[in-house]
Unconditional design. Structure first.
Length: 201
């Protein structure tokens, strides 16, 4: 059964970026990145706000020679952690390119990635139709778009990666409204990141 999933990497106090828009503390290590890749294999469509889309564009434009270097980064002279990050990065770039993308924006006039279309506003009826026709899960990227999806009752699952850092303010990962959630899965990574998967009741 196809699910509509909201995923976010956030601070322990619930922000995806600080008050200056920085999220360098959220960059996943090799172990987390590999886990994220496995989750993303089940996604057929991304729903993205403009800012999230622009953040993700480099995955599309990563040069093929970079991917080739990444695939051989596990040679005997490469540190294990570096090799793991390079391999996970190359893998995610390939996954990203294979997923359809819908970008919600009134200011973006053109896209620079394949399999991408711009929609001026979030429409719950079109999302319900998309979900009824989909054969793979749909993922929402970015809390601004997610607010509309939560308000419409469209979100089936919430997947959070909590980073071991408290930033004190910024862009919230979750809407400022009540959500009743049921814990389905949890996992702790060596670097202190905790993965929590919830069903939305």
């Amino acid at each position: 059964m196809v699910s509509l999933i909201y995923s976010a990497i956030c601070s322990i106090d619930g922000y995806v970026a600080d008050e200056q828009g920085n999220f360098d503390w959220a960059v996943p290590d090799a172990q987390v990145h590999a886990f994220v890749n496995e989750l993303e294999r089940g996604v057929g469509t991304y729903l993205l706000g403009r800012r999230m889309y622009e953040t993700m564009i480099p995955w599309e434009t990563m040069a093929s020679e970079d991917l080739e270097r990444s695939s051989v980064a596990g040679g005997p002279s490469a540190p294990d952690e570096f090799a793991g990050i390079e391999a996970a990065t190359a893998e995610f770039a390939q996954i990203w390119r294979g997923i359809d993308k819908i970008v919600y924006s009134t200011t973006l006039n053109e896209v620079s990635t394949a399999r991408t279309r711009i929609v001026p506003s979030f429409d719950e009826d079109s999302i319900r139709l998309l979900e009824s026709e989909a054969v793979q899960d749909i993922s929402i990227g970015g809390p601004t778009v997610a607010v509309s999806a939560f308000a419409a009752g469209l979100v089936d699952e919430v997947r959070l990666f909590l980073c071991p850092v408290n930033i004190g303010g910024g862009l919230r990962a979750l809407p400022e409204s009540r959500l009743d959630l049921q814990l389905l899965e949890e996992k702790t990574f060596d670097g202190g990141v905790v993965y929590l998967r919830y069903a939305v009741r």
